[in-house]
Design a protein around this ligand. Structure first.
Ligand code: SAH
Ligand code: SF4
Length: 364
């Protein structure tokens, strides 16, 4: 069964049906998982080589207007000290990122809307533009006009996870005021504004089935995503969802997260897929396993360590005390063990984006 699914997957992008994807997501036989990961890793190497693209991530603030039931920095978590970095701090960290040779940068925060915040981000983007980094924003839902202004100020990529493509499941993990439809509309708006569009989901959510996850992958195709960022859900003790123990043990959640990466690679072929920190929270080498399962991007945290305890989206988020320099050496060594190198000096644009916009070859 798995052999024929792999053969079909390798015949071209989007060759698999939702039923095939559900089989891949639910796999638990080590030999079958091994075959699927090998095929997915082969595709990763075909599109990106034995190279991992790095984007330093700056967690620029933990102020958030939203109250997602799973997230440690949700508005109602009164235990947190809230912070927002200054434009000077962000410019300094962006220089550190460029100095590491990462060539790309992610700016992420809780969701804040309003003119003052829009201007603040514009200002940051204009200040870091001379560094020539590929800049990704992950700042939540915004009006289309705001996305356009940030695009004009120099951001080229945007990450907005749909969290789950199942509206009923979405409604169970968010307050009523949060709209799944608005999130989809935001993804469409980002596309209209010319971004490389990234989305993704959490796996191992309470009540989520392999069919839900298979449909998530089909959703990525329907929205024609260029980049995917996914990871297992990890409880945070100060959240409504985190008060109940996870349904699956850590090893099972890791397996599911890795199966999602492989199935997404086998379905979409040429998108950028991030090997996320949530994988590392479940196993020390979780991110390396993510690369071997078909991911091609990593996002080392370059935020000053003094803020990291205030940006705990989930319990046990790793690398609380390692600064950017320590991360760099550590990642380089870990990847070398896999025969993979760090794509220093390469922006690592999504091959799918370049193909769909018929752009020139990826910038070196
Ligand atoms: N506020 C922005 C970006 C920051 S949150 C937004 O929500 O889009 C970034 C991602 O962290 C979210 O999309 C979510 O998928 C993930 N996340 C939040 N809480 C999590 C948890 N408990 N376990 C795993 N991932 C989580
Ligand atoms: Fe805010 Fe994002 Fe966390 Fe939701 S997931 S509470 S929007 S930071």
């Amino acid at each position: 069964m798995v052999d024929s699914i792999i053969e079909k997957a390798l015949s071209g992008p989007r060759a698999l049906g939702a039923g095939d994807l559900a089989v891949l997501v639910a796999l638990d036989d080590p030999a079958e998982i091994g075959k699927v990961r090998e095929a997915a890793y082969g595709l990763k190497c075909r599109y990106s080589g034995k190279v991992v693209s790095m984007r330093g991530i700056i967690e620029l603030g933990n102020v958030c207007a939203k109250d997602c039931y799973y997230c440690g920095i949700r508005k109602s978590n009164a235990k947190l000290e809230r912070y927002t970095l200054s434009a000077d701090d962000i410019a300094r960290l962006a220089e550190i990122d460029a100095g590491q040779g990462y060539a790309s940068l992610v700016l992420q925060s809780g969701e804040v809307e309003g003119e003052a915040h829009t201007r603040f981000i514009e200002d940051c983007l204009r200040r870091i533009a001379p560094l020539g980094l590929g800049v990704t924003l992950s700042l939540g839902e915004q009006e289309e006009d705001v996305y356009r202004r940030w695009r004009e100020a120099g951001a080229e990529r945007y990450l907005l996870r749909i969290e789950t493509s199942n509206p009923a499941l979405y409604a169970r993990i968010h307050p009523e005021s949060h709209s799944w439809e608005r999130r989809v509309e935001c993804l469409r708006a980002l596309r209209r504004c010319g971004y490389q569009v990234g989305t993704g989901v959490m796996s191992a959510l309470p009540g989520q089935t392999p069919d839900d996850l298979a449909r998530d992958i089909v959703f990525f195709g329907e929205i024609d995503a260029d980049m995917i960022g996914m990871g297992p859900y990890i409880p945070h003790c100060d959240t409504p969802l985190g008060r109940t123990a996870p349904e699956l043990p850590a090893s099972e959640r890791l397996r599911l997260g890795l199966n999602m990466i492989s199935a997404t690679r086998l379905y979409l072929h040429d998108v950028n897929i991030a090997s996320t920190t949530a994988l590392q929270a479940l196993a020390p080498d979780g991110r390396e396993q993510g690369i071997l399962a078909g991911a091609n991007v990593m996002m080392p945290n370059i935020t000053d360590t003094k803020y990291r305890r205030s940006y705990q989206l989930y319990d046990g988020k790793p690398c609380l005390d390692e600064n950017a320099l320590m991360c760099r050496g550590c990642l380089e060594r870990r990847l070398a063990l896999l025969g993979e190198s760090v794509g220093y000096g390469r922006r690592g644009d999504s091959p799918h984006f370049l193909a769909r916009t018929s752009a020139k070859a990826p910038s070196a």
